[in-house]
Design a protein around this ligand. Structure first.
Ligand code: DX5
Ligand code: ZN
Length: 227
């Protein structure tokens, strides 16, 4: 199971310090890259990822909410990101980009926004390590979790199980104490949380609590091949 606090909800004037504050409890550090084109928001890009890489021992999970990811995604892999997810809505050849990311030494992630169905992309998943399913509309933190989007998680988990794919299914958006169990039961095994972690008085304790909720839920989930 992966718990990935999202820096989007952190204090941007002290990103290294905020990252180190969750190092002992988190698995990945989620970095939301937004370009003001694919989404209406603007956050951070390569220079910040390059500076963050030596500032924390946590693997970086870069979520690219950008137009034309084929132009940029491999640079994030080369900057040392462990996982690089790009949006299927922004890419005309997702499989080619997945291959490029893996060749650059990163895990390849396919991200699916709120209004995009997952079914057309199931045959592509054997080329990916991670499937990131948005549980909000991509672009901003602090939005309300949309439980009906977990149907996509169930569909993808069934597909992965029946095809024996070792696919990580990551949920992103509105993940908190009262929503993470539903996502885990649906078959997610990686959880991004921004507000619920960096908006808490004690971010490290917030990560530990989220993990407990997810573990409890996984224990009662019908799927068996999630780690
Ligand atoms: C939004 C980002 C999320 C964001 C989630 O587009 O992809 O990673 O940080 O924030 P919360 O956890 O506050 O919903
Ligand atoms: Zn994200």
């Amino acid at each position: 199971m992966i718990l990935a606090p999202s820096l989007l909800a952190a204090d941007f004037s002290r990103l290294g310090e905020q990252a180190r504050g969750v190092e002992a409890d988190a698995d990945w550090l989620h970095v939301d890259v937004m370009d003001y084109h694919f989404v209406p928001n603007l956050t951070i890009g390569l220079p910040v990822v390059r500076s963050l890489r030596p500032a924390t021992s946590l693997p970086l999970d870069c979520h690219l909410m950008i137009a034309d990811p084929r132009r940029w995604a491999v640079d994030y892999a080369e900057a040392g990101a462990r996982n690089v997810s790009f949006h299927v809505e922004a890419c005309d050849d997702p499989v080619a980009l997945a291959k490029d990311l893996r060749a650059a030494g990163a895990l390849a992630g396919l991200a699916i926004d709120r209004d995009t169905p997952v079914e057309p992309y199931l045959p592509l998943l054997e080329n990916f390590d991670t499937l990131l399913i948005m549980t909000i509309k991509a672009g901003f933190g602090g939005q309300e979790f949309l439980p009906h989007l977990l149907d996509k998680v169930r569909t993808a988990r069934r597909h992965a199980s029946s095809g024996h794919l070792s696919l990580r299914i990551e949920v992103d958006g509105g993940i908190a104490d009262d929503t993470i169990a539903a996502a885990a039961e649906a078959g997610a095994d990686a959880f991004v949380a921004g507000t619920a972690v960096f908006g808490a008085d004690d971010p490290a304790e917030a990560v530990r609590r989220l993990r407990r909720h997810a573990r409890d839920a996984q224990g009662s989930a019908p799927v068996t091949d999630i780690s």
